[in-house]
Design a protein around this ligand. Sequence first.
Ligand code: UT7
Length: 345
Amino acid sequence: MTPPSGRRVRHPRAQHQFLARTCSITGVGSYVPHRVLRNADLEKMVDTTDEWITTRTGIKERRLAAEHECTSDLATEAARRALQHAGVSPEAVDLIIVCTITPDMPFPATACLVQARLGATRAAAFDLEAACSGFLYGLEVGQQFVVSRTCETVLVIGAEKLSSIIDWKDRNTCVLFGDGAGAVVLQHRPHSHGLLTTVMGADGTKADALCMPGGGSRHPATPESVAARLHYLRMDGRETFKNAVTAMHQAAREALERCGLGIEDIRCIIPHQANRRIIDAVAERLGARPEQVFVNLDRYGNTSAASVVIALDEAVRSGRIQRGDLVLLVAFGAGLTWAAAIVEW
Ligand code: UT7
C-alpha cells in the first residue's frame, strides 16, 4: 500500500516468511460507565481546584463505575460492541485477553469471567498485566496467535475500575484516573497489512514510581496493611512524567523507523491519555501536527489499560480514522512499561 505521502510502507514482519499471514483489527468497541465525576466535585473532596487540574493535566471530568459494577462488567460490554462491529459471534472467538491492573479478583482471570458472560464457549482466556501499556502489549500478544495460525479470532480487551484502588484522600492521584473499557477483534483480513509493527519495553528498576504495594505476596491484606493504605495506587508524578515523555517518543520513533515511515505518513496518533502536557510534549518531539493527535482525556481522565483502545474506538466512530489509514498507538505506564504500534486500519 502507499500512504498519502507516496512513500512505500515497509512491513517489518514480512522479513519472516513463517509470519507471512497478517493480522488486522476487524472490530472495535468501548464502554464507559454513566456516572460523571467533574473537577468541581473533586473540589469538595480534596484540597484542589478545577483550575489546577485543568492546567496541569487537561482533565475536566472522568467516569466512575457504580459500586456493583466491576471490571468484567465494563470489559464484557466493550467486547460485545467490538464483536458487533466486526460482525463476529461470541462462539467464533478462539482467545480472550483482558489487559488490566484492576481484575475482579486476584484469580481466576477476569478474562474467564468475560468468556462466561459473553458465551464465548470455544475461547481460551487469560489476563495480561502491563498497566497503562497493557492494551498495546495485549495487541502484540494477540496478533502473534493470529499470524501463527494458532487462532482465527482473538479478542483483546483493556478494562479498568481504577476507582477501586484510588485513595480518595490523596489529591496527587485521585484527580487523575477514571473507569472504562475498550476492545478489539483481531483476525486475518486479506489484502490488508494490519498491524505493521509493535515496539515494547520495560524498566523494572523504576517499579516504585507507580505501584500498589498491598494485596500481593509481599504485603498480603492484613488490618495493618489496610491501615497503612497499602491497597491504593501510589505515584511519583514528576518521575513518571519525565520517563513517559522520553519512552513514548523513543518507542514511537523506533516504530516509524522500522516501517520506513515518517510522522507525516500517519493519519492519526492515539497516545495514552494520562496528561495533556505529556501528549503535547511527545507530539512536539515527533514533529506531529496538532490535528494528527487524538485526545479525549478531558472527558475520561487516565483509564490505564483502557485509555488507548477507548480513544481508538472514538477516533474510528467519529470518522477521524478511515479504512487504509495508518495509525500510531503509543503508551506508557507502571512497570515501568511502554509500547508503540503502527496499524493500517
Ligand atoms: O498512566 C501512567 C502514567 N502516568 C502519568 O504519566 C502521570 C505523570 N505525571 C503527571 O501527569 C504529573 O506529574 C501530575 C499531574 C501527577 C502532577 O503534575 P506536576 O506538574 O508534576 O505537579 P507536581 O507533582 O510537581 O506538584 C506541584 C504542586 C505540589 O505542591 P508544592 O509541593 O509545589 O507546594 C503538589 O502538592 O501541585 C500540588 N498538587 C496539587 N495541587 C492542587 C498536586 N496535586 C494537586 C491537586 N490540586 N490535585
